[in-house]
Each structure stands twice: as structure tokens, then as C-alpha cells.
Design a protein around this ligand. Structure first.
Ligand SMILES: [Zn+2]
Length: 342
């Protein structure tokens, strides 16, 4: 079912993809990234409605969302909202769609990291990591800007419900298990319906895109976290994965395996760059990684800030992982950070 009614204020497609519980996917456009849209899932059993990842924010999207709620016949203010994580393309619309009294379900770690005091500190930390890794000033400003999360955890009088691993979220008669899956973002959550064998995977596992790793602000080992998190979902009995981007797919275990192989391959490439360039900083490693089949990017200026920001986060995460596994060492002096093989 597509929303092509001429009275629709803004065309936002949606489709029924599951019957019990009833699940509609709404394709919420995102203009800020290379990805075309975020999947918002409306999960429903009778009057009980859970909205998973409302998407990015704009007045038009907010109005289109309200229009679709009307067409589907549910009361938006009565719905509960669940965010797999708080990246702007999943969570920014919370501010517009919720009101005092709305229940917002979010990972406890994601909530704690989104608090205002931490939010400011986080951006300062991000800039200092970039300086230490040798990222030039012009690039630094743009890269930092694209890593911002919307501030959605102190909306007035909302009822926040903070979730951790193993808790259950019920929708009518259906039980969805919370699986904490950090790595792509701190406090990232998946939701698993064991009876129906469906997994709402957020950005933890996507079919065609390799999810980015979180930026290692304070020496976090995001790849280590991510690999542990893959282990938590890959053995699930799962007939369909309902991801944050792209279409739903099956073959969860195979996809997890190919993601592991991808990261192992990248780690070996990062190690080789460090071996060839003793004393290099993270920015040099980022420029030398063969991101494309044909090799490294010749001109980083041709890339968007979002692409560069992701490349920086991946690079720094791989370096942290290799350090923690004892394969490389980091030295620090007044010029910043330098790496060599152990
Ligand atoms: Zn994300």
C-alpha cells in the first residue's frame, strides 16, 4: 500500500509487511546522508501501538507522519515510541511527534550519553581526538558537525523508559525482547520477537550497507563492542530481519558472518598502513586505507562531510582495536598521536 492520495501533504511511502503483530514500514526520507530513507516501523496489536525509529525531523515529515497515522487509524499521541539509537536519522522526529505524557523507550546508555552536559563534552572530546590524530582544522569543523545527535532525552514531561539487555517490551499480546547491541552507536538496541522470528535490527545489521562504527571518544573499543553485539544476534532463529535502512531480508547468520569478514579485512589493511608508515597519525591512516576496490581516495575534498566523518570514526575505531589486541602501539607527544606496529 503506497500513500499516493493527492491530499497527502508530502509523499511518504508506507507498506504493510507483517500481519501478527501488524507491522507497517514507513519510509522516512533523509536528505542529509547517502541513504535514501530510514525505515520507521509501526507495530500494532489492537489499540497498542509502538513506533520504532520515527526518523529525521522536518515540518513536512511531521505532517506526513500525522496524515499516515490518520490513514492507519491510530492515535499518534497515545502511541509509544522506541528508538534503536539516537542518530538524527532515527530519532530527531521524536521532538515533533511527542508531547507531554508520551512514553519514549530508549537504551539506558543512549539516554545517558544524550544528556546535555555530556552532549557538550562529547563534542569537545570529538574535536580533541581529531586534533591529536592530525585532522586539519578545515576538515575538523565539518566532521564534528556531522556527528551530532539530536537532543531528545530532556524533552519536557515525556515519560522515558530506559531499557537494558534482556528486558521485554510488550505490544498487545506480543513480547519483544530487548537485545543491547552497542558498536554502531552507544546503547544501540535491537528488538526480537521470538514467536514470529523477526528482528528489528536498527543499524546493527543492514543487508547491503556495512554499518559505521561509533566514534571512539574516550578510547572506547567500538569494533570490539560491535563484534560482541554481532554474536548476540547471529544465532537467533530469525525468518526476517527488519532493518533501519533498505528492505527486510533473511539470512541473518550469513550476513553477520560477512560483516565479520569485512572488519577482519579492514583491520589487516589498517595494520599494513601502520607497518608501512611507522610513526603515522590516524589521519594519515585514514587517507591510505584502500576504501575503494581500486585503492585509497585520491582527493578527500570530493567526499561529503558525512562520508569523511564515517571514515574517521572507522579508522580511529580500528586503531583502538589493534592497540587493545597488542598488534600496534600508540605513542603520544606534543604533536599528537603516532602509531607503529608492536
Ligand atoms: Zn545510525
Amino acid at each position: 500500500m503506497a500513500s499516493g492520495d493527492p491530499s497527502t501533504p508530502f509523499v511518504m511511502g508506507y507498506e504493510l509487511i507483517w500481519d501478527d503483530p501488524q507491522v507497517h514500514v514507513l519510509r522516512v526520507p533523509i536528505v542529509q546522508l547517502g541513504l535514501r530513507y530510514t525505515n520507521c516501523y509501526v507495530v500494532r496489536d489492537a489499540d497498542d501501538v509502538l513506533i520504532i525509529d520515527p526518523g529525521t525531523s522536518s515540518p513536512l515529515i511531521g505532517r506526513a507522519f500525522a496524515h499516515i497515522a490518520d490513514e492507519l487509524g491510530f492515535d499518534l499521541p497515545q502511541a509509544r515510541f522506541f528508538c534503536t539509537h539516537l542518530h538524527f536519522d532515527h530519532a530527531a522526529l521524536l521532538k515533533q511527534l511527542t508531547q507531554p505524557g508520551t512514553r519514549i523507550l530508549v537504551g539506558k546508555a543512549a539516554y545517558n550519553n544524550n544528556a546535555w552536559s555530556y552532549y557538550e563534552l562529547r563534542n569537545a572530546l570529538l574535536k580533541s581526538v581529531m586534533i591529536e590524530e592530525g585532522v586539519p582544522a578545515m576538515s575538523r569543523r565539518g566532521l564534528a558537525a556531522t556527528k551530532w545527535e539530536p537532543r531528545v532525552c530532556d524533552l519536557p514531561d515525556r515519560e522515558y523508559e530506559l531499557l537494558t539487555d534482556g528486558q521485554t517490551v510488550t505490544v498487545g499480546a506480543h513480547e519483544l525482547r530487548v537485545i543491547e547491541t552497542p558498536g554502531h552507536a552507544s546503547g544501540h538496541l535491537c528488538l526480537y520477537d521470538a514467536e514470529q522470528r523477526i528482528l528489528f535490527s536498527g543499524d546493527h545489521v543492514l543487508e547491503k550497507i556495512t554499518s559505521g562504527l561509533a566514534f571512539p571518544f574516550e578510547g572506547d573499543d567500538c569494533l570490539h563492542d560491535y563484534l560482541i553485539s554481532l554474536g548476540k544476534v547471529e544465532g537467533l532463529k530469525c525468518s526476517q530481519v527488519l532493518p533501519g535502512h533498505g528492505t527486510m531480508f533473511h539470512g541473518l547468520a550469513e550476513r553477520c558472518n560477512s560483516l565479520r569478514q569485512h572488519h577482519a579485512h579492514r583491520l589487516s589493511q589498517v595494520y599494513e598502513v601502520v607497518a608501512r608508515n611507522p610513526g603515522c597519525n590516524g589521519y594519515l591512516v585514514m587517507r591510505e586505507i584502500p576504501w575503494k576496490q581500486s585503492g585509497p581516495y585520491e582527493n578527500l575534498d570530493e567526499l561529503t562531510f558525512s562520508q569523511k566523518s564515517n571514515m574517521a570514526a572507522q579508522t580511529f575505531a580500528y586503531l583502538e582495536f589493534l592497540m587493545n589486541s597488542g598488534e600496534i602501539v600508540r605513542e603520544e607527544d606534543f604533536a599528537g598521536r603516532h602509531y607503529r606496529i608492536a
